[in-house]
Design a protein around this ligand. Structure first.
Ligand SMILES: [Ca+2]
Ligand SMILES: [Ca+2]
Length: 143
């Protein structure tokens, strides 16, 4: 935990150095949702469990445990660009993704695997149930 906080501190210092050229501070959460905060009047503080964001529009709190990524951007909000089921990250959902998912589950080797896309049943973890969901999708065409 301490290492995480120190890493974030360093990252924040580095980011604030260049913050003025961007319009939004964005967070990607562990569920792959994205939130954006205008940098106008932006102030970010944090403690052992939360990040506190205050800007000209108000304030918000995000649990540190939910923060997957934080970065500056000029784009306010955009849907996460995860194609569910595209486990091997080639831009298409095919039987090859089933193979990739099974290989990953058997080997634990996540190289070349898009974990966010592999959670086909949206259960927040990747398991054999996602293989079933993926096969069902390939057969039926709907999730
Ligand atoms: Ca694919
Ligand atoms: Ca799942």
């Amino acid at each position: 935990m301490k290492k995480t906080i120190i890493t974030m501190l360093i990252a924040m210092v580095a980011m604030f150095a260049s913050a003025e050229t961007y319009s939004y501070l964005k967070f990607t959460k562990t569920d792959n949702s994205t939130v954006a905060y205008s940098v106008e009047g932006l102030k970010v503080t944090y403690d052992a469990s939360n990040v506190y964001i205050t800007n000209a529009e108000g304030s918000a709190t995000i649990a540190l445990a939910q923060v997957k990524d934080m970065y500056f951007s000029n784009e306010g909000s955009s849907a996460p660009t995860v194609m569910i089921g595209d486990v091997n990250n080639d831009g298409d959902v095919t039987i090859a993704d089933v193979t990739a998912l099974i290989d990953y589950l058997l080997s634990g080797d996540d190289s070349g695997i898009n974990i966010a896309a592999a959670d086909c049943n949206n259960s927040t973890d990747v398991s054999i149930a996602d293989v079933t969901a993926l096969i069902d999708y390939l057969l039926s065409g709907t999730w």
